[in-house]
Design a protein around this ligand. Sequence first.
Ligand SMILES: [Zn+2]
Length: 401
Amino acid sequence: MQLQNNMEDKVDSIKCITAWKWRLRVKIVRLWFYTDPLAEDNEKLLHMILMDQNLDKIQATVKEPYISMFVDDLYVGGAFCMTSFSVVPNIGIMKMTHHRFKLLFQKGTTVIPEPSLQIRDSGFSFCSMFEILEKKSDYHYLIDFIGVITSVRHQTEVDYYGKKLKLMILEIYADGKKVQCNVFGKCCDSLDNSILMKFERLPVIVLQSFKIKVYGDEVCLQNVLNVSDILINPDLQETVRFLERLDVASYHFFSFKKNIHGSLVSYINHDSFDWRRIRTIQLIQQKMENGFFFVAGKIKQVVGDGHWWSFSCVCGHSVQKHSHDNFYCQVCDKNIDNVIARVKIIVEDSTSSGIFVLLNAAATKLFGKSCSVALDQFQKELNDFNHPLHPAFFELVVGKE
Ligand SMILES: [Zn+2]
């Protein structure tokens, strides 16, 4: 029969049956070891998020017997050519990526460094405040989020299946709104008061792989034990972009105060121009009061000699170039790659004149130091005077000059 002959032509031989040999050129954007916090045996898994040049991501997992074969070669930021994995469905209530599948490393998986592969994206998939707050039920994909910490409450320990875990409750601000964030266990270590209070303004926080939880009408974020991670003022292009976006919103953030319960609190004030807060430069220099003020004056000059740019770390501390294209932040105590540029101008009114820093991006404008603190610095170091200014001031004086 004609039909039967056609079907016989398409038959495969048994020896040809094989797993498809996938070959990927990828960068590792996350890598973490996982042990089930509830399991009796301590089986360890090595998880990674891999990203290719199309910026598509997939989770890959190495099980215990193979971890030692690969662990020394793999690192975050590394680029590799990888071949031969098992492919399994990406299911469950804590999916790390939106890909339909996950990869499992096998004995025959190969990992070869690929230094020529350049993927600059850091691999975060930030969820917006709007996307979080619109959720009506628990979300089965873990998300990344960036915001500013506006309060930190230390709770007593909570019971987690017979284990005692530390709990902290944060309030995080972004896009004009706040969301509560519950942090359990080891993740609390990066939220120690001594870390959070060393910065000159409220710290930027990046939540990595957090769960969106819905309790009744309340939406909040929560870490997943041994999976989620917290970064404070990370030296990333994403932090700079977030701070620049905040600048547009023009809010003031006041620095943390410790209340009687030991919690850190601060408040946010909308930065609308208020004539009652105008002060003369001389009054500010006399340190009569703390707070945010506006100055009406005229721009005498933009600080010249090639020094009219100054730079600040994403933590708000001003930094100077160490060597060629290399900055060092004393507060973060490390070399940093990502900085925010600011413009220095000299302003005078009828009483006095002073150097002000106009912020090209957010930094001290939003989070500001008090005038007195800024003045202290001014007297020590004339060229490094930080004072928060309202953009309206700029327009005001430009008109008058
Ligand atoms: Zn810093």
